[in-house]
Ligand binder design. Structure first.
Ligand code: SIN
Length: 568
């Protein structure tokens, strides 16, 4: 048990200046949020979607590679299940993975029926590619490397055609409101929001509702370099934590192996070079060929450049440390101009914008934060531990990713688990409960501590971790927690959320004393199934006006022998 930085119990915010009501509020507008809204609407009268920026500002829009599902000839959900379990390194929940892979193909077909235009072969078949960890071609893609953007477009069009789904943009979720129902159960009663709007709904307001679905995406801005957009500040995880929800396996942060290296000072969202570039024949080099560069992934793993991404990220990091270089190289020149233009138009344009022509030049690449495999702990139908609070997509830890998400399983998870939430949520709605007077003590850290927070998390809780570094990070975070924000506002709210999430993440990274999947402990270099096969849970406890995480280890169904058998 550990608890270090003293965190705010809730965010300081002005009292709500406006109030509205809904049955269900969906927080987030990527594939998970919009799927939940569309699937809920036929069964729930008033669905309100709130999104922090505009509808397409989240991570879905940026997904390049595609969406994985057993749709190709000869492929089966069983094979997809196997690859997912292997990548997850013994920390997946097998039931959740089974739901993902068996319901995945139908969910993707529905996405097509909704209007998503995927790429096809000249023969008219769905064009499927391969990425790290997949033994089959099973990644459907759109616009070459613009899959997320096409899915987002189709979903936004579907929501626009369902005028009874209300959407509020520029709405930051501040905190959940809780109340006690007639059955004596403490549950979600609503949500406070800050809206940059006009007229009646401007500033902080309250939505009274019967359930909240968190679909707010990732936490990439915890780190200095991430493929995530600026809006990914872990708000959903922090909001859920402050309401008492169990957080699970936050230490499993995925670092994408091939993110374009833009120099030592480049911060924030960095350009992703999709694994699909390696899927189509690109390969990694530890130096340019004329300087004796080698294809160093060969011989390290049977899948070489297409090994699961934790393996490739570790190999790149290890080689960077050995050679003292800040990046390595991706060679995909042999794909040729025409192929690049057709298959990877987005990546081609971004590389050229940054002065590298991948048709004739090597692309400098290094690992950067990409995906949170952990998050708000949920069951097979997206229920969190707080009655009335559901979570789906990257904000959730449904158990499908384990210690390392298999490439292109993220869009699929949002799709499948939002459908599963919509199956049960309408039947679980209870009468609206009155929000209680909030006993939590408010607080806020200063927005300008964000770069220091990102520096310490990147240096000490990044790709390579060690007990001493993690302890130092927690000390640094404790220092940052003592800073007080002069006034409430987006910068301070987001930074306080980042601090809350970073604290849970660092504590979880310290608790998991082994190396597994994307969690790499230099002081515990081996996987330890005997002691550590299970989940690290974190729950915020409120003491003396502040809050601290209680971190515990839970042996989990994922440790069941059948999973171990598959991945052995
Ligand atoms: C990629 O295209 O390499 C990223 C896909 C993913 O994160 O699943």
């Amino acid at each position: 048990m550990t608890s270090r930085p003293r965190l705010p119990q809730r965010l300081t915010a002005p009292p709500p200046g406006w109030t509205t009501t809904a049955d269900v509020v969906v927080v987030g507008s990527g594939i998970a949020g919009l799927t939940a809204a569309l699937r809920l609407r036929p069964h729930v009268e008033r669905v309100l979607v709130v999104t922090k920026d505009v509808l397409d500002a989240g991570s879905t829009q940026w997904a390049q590679g595609g969406i994985a599902a057993a749709l190709g000839p000869g492929d089966t959900p069983g094979q997809h299940e196997r690859d997912t379990l292997v990548a997850g390194a013994g920390a997946c929940d097998r039931e959740a993975v089974r739901a993902l892979v068996t319901e995945g193909p139908e969910a993707v077909r529905e996405l097509i029926a909704l209007g998503t235009v995927f790429d096809h072969t000249p023969g008219g078949e769905l064009s499927l590619t391969r990425e790290g960890g997949h033994l089959r071609d099973r990644i459907a893609h759109a616009g070459g490397d613009a899959t997320g953007a096409e899915i987002q477009r189709a979903l936004i069009a579907a929501v626009a055609a369902a005028p009874d789904i209300e959407v509020v943009e520029h709405a930051l979720a501040v905190d959940l409101l809780l109340g006690t129902g007639g059955d004596g159960v403490r549950r979600v009663a609503g949500l406070t929001l800050h809206v940059i709007g006009e007229g009646q709904r401007d500033g902080v307001g309250a939505v009274h509702c019967r359930a909240v679905v968190l679909a707010s995406g990732g936490l990439g801005q915890v780190f200095s370099q991430s493929t995530n957009p600026a809006v990914s500040t872990g708000d959903g995880v922090a909001v859920a934590a402050r309401a008492g929800a169990v957080l699970r396996d936050l230490e499993f942060v995925q670092f994408h192996p091939t993110v374009m290296y833009l120099g030592p000072d480049s911060q924030g969202q960095q350009p992703l070079i999709s694994e699909a570039v390696r899927g189509e024949g690109g390969f990694l080099l530890d130096a340019p060929p004329e300087e004796g560069g080698r294809r160093f992934m060969q011989g390290r793993h049977e899948l070489a450049d297409l090994a699961p991404r934790d393996v490739v990220a570790k190999a790149i990091t290890g080689r960077m440390l050995e050679t003292g270089q800040p990046h390595l190289w991706l060679d995909a020149r042999h794909l040729g101009q025409a192929f690049w233009e057709r298959r990877f138009p987005t990546i081609l344009a971004v590389c050229r914008e940054h002065g590298v022509d991948p048709v004739t030049e090597l692309i400098p690449v290094a690992p950067a934060q990409h995906y949170a495999s952990g998050g708000v702990a949920t069951d097979l139908h997206g229920r969190s531990s707080v009655p009335g609070l559901y979570a789906t997509g990257e904000v959730a830890c449904s158990g499908v990713h384990g210690a390392n998400r298999l490439a292109s399983n993220s869009l699929l998870e949002g799709l499948v688990f939002s459908r599963r939430i919509a199956e049960v949520l309408p039947g679980e709605l209870v009468e609206a409960v009155e929000p209680e007077l909030d006993p939590r003590v408010p607080g806020l850290v200063a927005g300008d501590v964000r770069p220091s927070l990102q520096d310490t998390m990147t240096a000490r809780v990044g790709v390579l971790r060690h007990a001493d570094g993690i302890a130092q990070a927690l000390d640094d975070l404790a220092g940052l927690a003592a800073s007080e924000a002069a006034e409430a506002g987006t910068e301070a709210w987001e930074t306080t959320n980042l601090l809350t999430v970073s604290t849970a993440l660092a504590l979880a990274a310290g608790r998991r004393e082994e190396t597994r999947g994307s969690h790499w402990r230099e002081d515990f270099p081996d996987r330890d199934d005997a002691a550590m096969a299970g989940h690290v849970d974190a729950v915020l406890q409120h003491v003396d006006g502040r809050a601290g995480f209680l971190v515990s280890f839970t042996p989990a169904p994922s440790t069941d022998p059948s999973v171990q058998e598959v991945i052995a």
